[in-house]
Design a protein around this ligand. Structure first.
Ligand SMILES: [Zn+2]
Ligand SMILES: [Zn+2]
Length: 358
């Protein structure tokens, strides 16, 4: 019998702020013309998930079904869906919808659309009305097919989730820095923070041909980074390491979330016209002073996720170059264990849940 979306979708949801996720069933929204139904196979756990469960940013709503690093199989499609068929393996990231009509969407920066809808923060809108959209801690999802991305053949499903948010987040700014290409030959790129985002950023920068440097406090991650293929490892607490690379980097990608950061500590590493780019969100920025940035003609920039066209390009590039996140596997029903390890920072390096709800 063909798989079908059930009348009640089993999921794991937080029912109130700071609670554990628990069994929760909800009915699917009515099928819109452009919707597709998927059976979730895996979903990644992003730091955003625990911040949202805890209502750290003040806009969570409950019951909250987290998960925006989803991979699944298409089991049904609405009448107007194009380019997807039942049986396709697809990914869903942090963006569930954008308007498709505004200046930004037409320019191909739909991730910045003012009407964008994040996967489990907001309501999606279609001809059947406005509906709460849940995340990948569900067994099934019914969602706008235009934000489902086909996964290149042969790329293992369990690795897809972390690419859908974390992978895109680090790849998109590198791709933009390379002039919307994957060619960073001749460029020296530093990656600050070797965790869930940073270990993927190193792989992307390396495969793009950049001379890649890992920047980390202490030397505990030196061996690991060398194994990932970096050209150099910079212990940011060593003045000898820092001065050895002074004035050399074209680009420095900050992948650290939480904690406090002293941006000026890194300014000396940059070449003139260098770019310091933030994808991680520190809790606090300390000792910030514009003067050294001005005197070296540096740019400070930041970005959230990436656009749909960058998602397609990223998935293809990752599959072709065998870029894979390092994952720890859990299941939907053991999601609380995964969330705990993401919370306390002991996860190496991305948690992935296998759907065992059905
Ligand atoms: Zn995320
Ligand atoms: Zn738009």
């Amino acid at each position: 019998m063909a798989d079908q979306i059930p009348d009640q979708i089993p999921s794991m949801a937080a029912l109130e702020p700071k609670s554990k996720v628990q069994d929760y069933n909800y009915p699917p929204k009515p099928l819109a013309k452009l919707d597709a139904d998927i059976r979730v196979t895996y979903t990644g756990v992003c730091a955003t998930d625990h911040h949202m469960i805890d209502n750290d940013w003040g806009f969570s709503r409950y019951p909250l079904v987290p998960g925006h690093e989803v991979v699944g199989r298409v089991i049904g499609i609405g009448p107007d869906v194009k380019g997807l068929e039942v049986g396709d393996i697809v990914g869903l990231g942090a963006l569930a919808q954008a308007c498709g009509e505004c200046e930004y969407c037409i320019e191909g920066i739909d991730n910045l659309c003012l009407k964008r809808k994040f996967t489990y923060f907001e309501n999606t809108i279609d001809e059947t009305g406005e509906h709460v959209h849940h995340g990948g801690f569900s067994a099934y999802l019914r969602t706008d097919s235009r934000y489902l991305f086909k996964i290149p053949e042969g790329y293992e499903e369990k690795y897809v989730g972390p690419l859908m948010c974390g992978g895109l987040t680090v790849a998109a700014p590198l791709y933009e820095f390379a002039g919307q290409s994957w060619d960073l030959k001749g460029k020296r790129v530093g990656i600050v923070g070797i965790g869930g985002l940073g270990h993927m950023a190193i792989q992307f920068a390396e495969k793009m041909g950049a001379e890649t440097y890992a920047v980390s406090r202490g030397t505990s991650k030196r061996k690991f980074c060398k194994a990932l293929g970096v050209s150099g490892f910079i212990d940011s607490s060593s003045s000898a390491d820092m001065s050895a690379i002074a004035g050399k980097l074209h680009y420095l990608l900050f992948c650290v979330s939480g904690g406090s950061i002293d941006i000026n500590h890194y300014v000396g590493l940059m070449r003139p016209y260098g770019v310091l780019h933030f994808v991680g969100v520190p809790d606090k920025v300390e000792n910030f002073n514009l003067m050294p940035l001005i005197f070296s003609r540096l740019t400070l920039s930041s970005s959230p996720i990436g656009a749909s066209n960058q998602m397609r390009a990223m998935l293809e590039f990752a599959a072709k170059n065998d870029i894979k996140p390092i994952i720890e596997e859990f299941t939907h029903t053991t999601a609380n264990e995964a969330l705990q390890k993401v919370r306390d920072g002991s996860i190496r390096f991305r948690a992935v849940l296998k759907n065992d709800l059905i």
